[in-house]
Write a protein that binds this ligand. Sequence first.
Ligand code: CA
Length: 236
Amino acid sequence: MNDRTQHEHILVVEDEAEIAGYLRRGLAFEGYNVEVAGDGPSALQAARERPPHLIILDVMLPGMDGLEVCRRLRAGSDVPIIMLTARDAVPDRVVGLESGADDYLIKPFAFEELLARIRALLRRRAAVNEPTILRCGPLTLNAASREVFLGNRQIELTAKEYDLMELFLRHQGQVLTRDVIYDRVWGYDFGGESNIIEVYVRYLRQKLEAGGHPRMLHTVRGAGYILKPPSDPQEA
Ligand code: CA
């Protein structure tokens, strides 16, 4: 439902058609591209031909079980894997994680819980691949040290201001909606009535525009906010 999930491809490995269909519909509704494989060999083939961003893997599969599928996947890939298991026994959980899974869920599970695990794994993966130094016009952000500079001058930001600044820099030139900002910076929904984003945008502007620097953080009426370098021709 937002820019993060649009192109992310999830492979669901589940032989029970009802559960597979439920996962396919739910994940597609959330904006993921979903492929379903009904057994181990077709899962391995699908993962090879169209490498997914994440795999949801049921342990109980006909023929080759999920643990074996997981081991074989791990031989050539570090794709995040969430195991589904109907068995609540502790040894099974341990075996699941030892086989190389990143996480597991016990059936039956709440769909929201699965979504939360998926997002956490995809976010963690994305963070590993994201650049450390981000630039936009005179603005430089070092994601390793969490420092922000305007020209040569360091800007002091609070933790939330920094998170918001990093989000804008990672998506510069792109309108960020309030929903996306809430989700990424605050991690939950304020219910739409809060003006916390407006307040934080104002703080950032005050710091970015101190000393007469031109505006970079713009309001897009009815849509959200966008960060652009001051030299952007559309603003000239
Ligand atoms: Ca199954």
